[in-house]
Design a protein around this ligand. Structure first.
Ligand SMILES: *Cc1c(COP(=O)(O)O)cnc(C)c1O
Length: 410
């Protein structure tokens, strides 16, 4: 069907096999293993010549249905659902990187992603090359023949920096380097990764997709757009796998060995959560922009950072890549760390908690928590300031949140 809406497409994606009870929602197949009629059928399945499920660390019908829904609405080549956003990130780089290779990225990254690249991968001989991704010349200069990826977060958290994806994709294409993007802050259908040249999109489905913090999850979305014969570690997979070289190595080797597949229960909840993704995103992102505008006029707030604001330095690129409502996260600065702590302690409605895009509004002081174990020097390189507070806007009305904030500032 052409011109079908996101919702209509998503809601009516058929199951791999008809349900024998005609269940209207995909059942939770809480099974570890699957039985075979014959030894021959078993051999075919285990050797990957048929698509039958063997063992739920590798595939599971309920998880696969969630993957199918994401694949269908993103028009991707393949989708893999892992049990956290970090599992999606680590599986991706364990598939692409090799000792002696490097990843060109920014120091403006989610705390664990930064630590994974800087510490975990460094121990395996992979270098994280931090640079300013908003400066294409700098990116071009940092790439060499051992660069295995350009990696970025589409809107960095908590700095809210936005790089020009088409510019970076062009540099990657010319150099034979894939563009990998973590788009958790503005997921599909509000951001069309493929149209901006992203080869592999990563999403923490814990956030918007889960339907209100119902469980952890992560997605690897492979658009099939990169020529993997240009990757030293995937070249040998290209002969038989072609465009699927990345997905094949990841699914048949790394994913099985690491063992971080999504659980069927979480897949069920995220499948359901995805059904209301658009509604919740629009509501939360609209409230977030309205609140950001109000906070700019609020006494005691030194600065407000949200790329939907017209005076934001990334406003134009934000509009172009993400439209008028670039997500439900904003940050604001108070006069000092002490002012932040006393403000946080006085809030009555907004919850002091980490996580993003729960149905409830959540607030945190990033420098002392997510980035609390980094040294002040590293925090400065990352532009994580002691005066900054991060707010994830939930489904409450703007005035509920504004009242709580103004009362706590008084
Ligand atoms: C939360 C988050 C992650 C990590 O996801 P988990 O599901 O918590 O493992 C990665 N990237 C971004 C941008 C995030 O917000």
């Amino acid at each position: 069907m052409k011109n079908i809406s996101f919702e209509a497409q998503l809601l009516h994606i058929p199951y791999e096999k008809p349900d024998i009870y005609h269940a209207l929602s995909m059942p939770v197949y809480h099974a570890v293993a699957y039985e075979f009629e014959t030894a021959e059928a078993m051999e075919e399945a285990f050797c990957g010549r048929t698509k039958d499920h063997c063992y739920s660390r590798i595939t599971n019908p309920t998880v696969q249905y969630f993957e199918d829904r994401v694949r269908s609405v993103t028009d991707a080549l393949s989708v893999t659902a892992l049990n956290s956003g970090m599992a999606a990130i680590s599986n991706t780089f364990l598939t692409l990187a090799y000792a002696g290779s490097n990843i060109v990225t920014s120091p403006h990254l989610f705390g664990n992603t930064y630590s994974f690249l800087k510490n975990t991968l460094a121990a395996l001989g992979v270098e994280a090359r931090f640079c300013d991704l908003t400066n294409p010349e700098e990116v071009r200069a940092r790439i060499d023949e051992h660069t295995c990826a350009i990696f970025l977060e589409t809107i960095t958290n908590p700095q809210m920096e936005i790089a020009d994806l088409k510019a970076l994709s062009g540099i990657g294409q010319a150099a034979g380097v894939p563009l990998i993007a973590d788009s958790t802050v503005v997921p599909f259908p509000f951001f069309r990764a493929r149209a901006y040249g992203v080869d592999i999109e990563l999403i923490s489905s814990t956030k918007y997709l889960s339907g209100g913090a119902t469980g952890l999850g992560g997605l690897i979305i492979d658009y099939g757009s990169f020529d993997w014969s240009r990757s030293p570690v995937l070249k040998s997979w290209c002969g038989t796998e072609g465009k699927e070289a990345f997905t094949s190595r990841m699914r048949r080797e790394v994913h099985r060995n690491v063992g971080a597949y999504l659980t069927p229960q979480a897949a069920y909840m995220q499948t359901l959560g995805m059904e209301t993704l658009k509604l919740r995103f629009m509501q939360q992102a609209t409230t977030c922009l309205e609140l950001a505008q109000s906070l700019q006029e609020t006494k005691g707030i030194v600065a407000v950072n949200h790329t939907g604001l017209e005076d934001n330095p990334f406003h134009a690129i934000s509009q172009k890549q993400f439209g008028s409502y670039p997500g439900a996260m904003l940050t604001f600065d108070l006069s000092s760390r002490q002012a932040c702590f006393s403000f946080l302690n006085k809030l009555k409605l907004i919850r002091r908690a980490t996580n993003l895009f729960d149905n409830k509004s959540l607030i945190i002081h990033p420098a002392s928590t997510i980035y609390g174990n980094f040294t002040e020097d590293i925090r400065q390189i990352m532009h994580v300031k002691q005066q900054t507070i991060r707010l994830s806007v939930g489904l409450e009305q703007r005035d509920d949140l504004l009242d709580d904030i103004t009362r706590a500032l008084a």
